[in-house]
Design a protein around this ligand. Structure first.
Ligand SMILES: NC(=O)c1ccc[n+]([C@@H]2O[C@H](COP(=O)([O-])OP(=O)(O)OC[C@H]3O[C@@H](n4cnc5c(N)ncnc54)[C@H](O)[C@@H]3O)[C@@H](O)[C@H]2O)c1
Length: 261
């Protein structure tokens, strides 16, 4: 594998599991030095140890991205351990599923607090350091729920839509500092969270709705994150890239459609 991220220091939030852990493994293979942050300390330490055991360079820190203090401590830890980070993958997030009429305001608050405010604070704190370097890449993780009106996603969609909207503004405001900002909108990806949520009916509904007719792998999101973080994406900023097997572009899908006469 070409080491597109050799010599780069990258922070990955939510690096203890799922997409974040897969991104950590991929970035390490591409030569990055990693700071892995997660509120689940045991998981993030385990991912870190696995990467170091394979010869990678990584350190882990327990961080709750809803706390500005903890985010500042994460950045100080990165700078002290390896140096200032020039890549941030803003992946940590929480999900929700409730009919709009039954969605409690506390659920909306949590989605906004972690997904919008947490992503915002991590990006702002990291970008201040990147601006001093005069370069950087931020990859935010939103969701297909930002792009389509799937059932029961009002609180989650509001937060993920916020991430895509602020990605565009960050990209414009940070361009003068040589910092690119993009987001990835994953479709259904096989992570612990999804495995907990998907019953048989839901799994079948997904398979019917995704043109590639399968659930994605965390590694398939990680490879797009690596592209966006690397110089291969040097002229890409402000974009949301769906990694969803075609879910968000699919229109009418009828098998054996007869031609019109
Ligand atoms: N898996 C999917 O199908 C899917 C689809 C669309 C979007 N996403 C998004 O991708 C990202 C990763 O999802 P995943 O499926 O890998 O989830 P996951 O639950 O498997 O992993 C998320 C990680 O983030 C950590 N985390 C949660 N809240 C945190 C906080 N406040 N501070 C720090 N760390 C925190 C968790 O401890 C966990 O290790 C999320 O932002 C999610 O919304 C996932």
């Amino acid at each position: 594998m070409t080491e597109r991220l050799a010599g780069r220091i990258a922070i990955i939030t939510g690096g203890g599991d799922g997409i974040g852990a897969a991104t950590a493994r991929r970035f390490s293979k591409e030569g990055a030095t990693l700071i892995l942050a997660d509120k689940d300390e045991a998981n993030v330490q385990a991912v870190c140890e696995e990467i170091v055991a394979k010869g990678g360079k990584a350190a882990a820190i327990r961080t709750d991205i809803s706390s500005l203090k903890e985010i500042q401590a994460m950045l100080a830890f990165a700078a002290k351990t390896f140096g200032p980070a020039e890549i941030l993958v803003n992946n940590a997030g929480v999900g929700s599923q409730k009919h709009f009429l039954e969605t409690p305001l506390e659920m909306l608050d949590t989605m906004l607090e972690v997904n919008v405010k947490g992503t915002f604070m991590c990006a702002q704190e990291a970008a201040r350091e990147m601006a001093k370097l005069g370069r950087g890449a931020i990859v935010n993780v939103s969701s297909h729920s930002s792009l389509l009106g799937s059932t029961g996603r009002s609180a989650y969609a509001a937060s993920k839509g916020g991430i895509d909207a602020m990605t565009r503004v960050m990209a414009v405001d940070l361009a003068q500092f040589g910092i690119r900002v993009n987001s990835i909108a994953p479709g259904p990806i096989d992570t612990p969270r999804i495995r907990k949520q998907h019953n048989e009916e839901r799994s079948q509904a997904w398979l019917r709705a995704v043109p590639l007719a399968r659930i994605g792998e965390p590694e398939e999101v990680a490879s797009v994150a690596a592209f966006l973080a690397s110089d291969d994406a040097s002229y890409v900023t402000g974009q949301t890239i769906a990694v969803d097997g075609g879910f968000t572009i699919a229109g009418l899908r009828v098998k054996n459609l007869e031609p019109r006469t």
